[in-house]
Write a protein that binds this ligand. Sequence first.
Ligand code: GLC
Length: 425
Amino acid sequence: MSSSFIERARSVLAANDRGGYTVPTDRLYPFQWNWDSAFVAMGFATFDIDRALSELEALARGQWADGMIPQIIFHKPAETYFPGPDVWRTSHTIPTSGITQPPVFALALEFIAARAGAEFTPRIAALYRAGLAYHRWWEKARDPEGRGIVAVLHNWETGRDNSPEWDEPFARVPQTTTTTIVRRDLGHVDAAMRPRDEDYRRYIHLVDLYASLGWDAMAMWRETPFKVADIGINAILGASEEALGRLAKRFGSEAERAEIASRRARLAKGLAGLWNERIGLYASRDLISGKAMDVRVSAGFLPLLTEHCPPEARQSMQQRLDGLLKANTLPVPSTLVGEPGFEPKRYWRGPVWAVVNYLIARGFARQGMGEQAREVDEATLGAIREVGFCEYFDPLTREGLGGGTFSWTAAIALLISEDRMALAA
Ligand code: GLC
């Protein structure tokens, strides 16, 4: 891997560094985002453990008393983003949004811990406690009825904002808002690539509702018109519980290890129920209608990351990947080509995202499918090298789309490059 490529990836992180935490990209996303920072921390860990830990510590400073790590932490004010703290109206001391995002935190912590020297142990131990509190929050606030799968109460929590999976559950959410909507995003990128106005009104309707409930987790659970078991989050949480369990061997108590093991077992069972025979892939479920979603999305591959992934599921995913490669499609489109909701340039309705690809590749590797893992990694790295550290990529034309200097895309470039160098060594 050429050193200039690695230098460029590092310089994207340096440019987006705001002193101890990293913004996803300048202007469009001027604060700290939860899952972006978890990937960024792993990227930093390829060359700077101290800085990698600071990234997670900055996330932990935003953690709520009940354990939730928010989607956005507004460390410093900025005028280029909507909705800001005045819309969220939460009460944490550093202003934050009131929802969360995919829990990559413990995966990142384990990744860093595996390469950190003894001098970092106290910092890692403290972050382990933050991860434990976060996972307890998921169980208590988002699976209070004990289904073994956790729910999201806002599409922004999924990190896959406008995936066609959310179309049906959103049809139930009114478009009325008490907040005036300002589409600051459209000043930075092309409207054809972003969620539509009517979608945005529904997103803000939910924010208004939860703010009116004082962000009380149980009240939100009762009152929400949007309650979805997102396949991405459930799979990532499953993998993260496994990582936390391994960290607990070094940093936790016997009782904590038992607690984590029992959550892990329940999630594995829950995930088994999200296999969707009709589409031959794992899928999200609408917990209000009880319906499984028949939409094939890249996140449907993520249970590969977990202990629960039986042979028929593995085989089906392998065939899907082969199909994409044969059709010369850049793997893995966020919504698979051929789905009714597929749009190659609109955000999570088709474009390829490096972070999801990275997790899918790790999933294939975990299942002993090294060749598939390599194919996905090569495709991701090839796209980044060709068009840059873009937010996302058109799976048909391979064009780079959205913002152009994205931290998490740079982080993934560093991670895959490091893996390749290790293989070559
Ligand atoms: C968008 C993405 C989300 C990401 C955020 C910051 O909202 O959908 O996944 O975390 O931007 O990059």
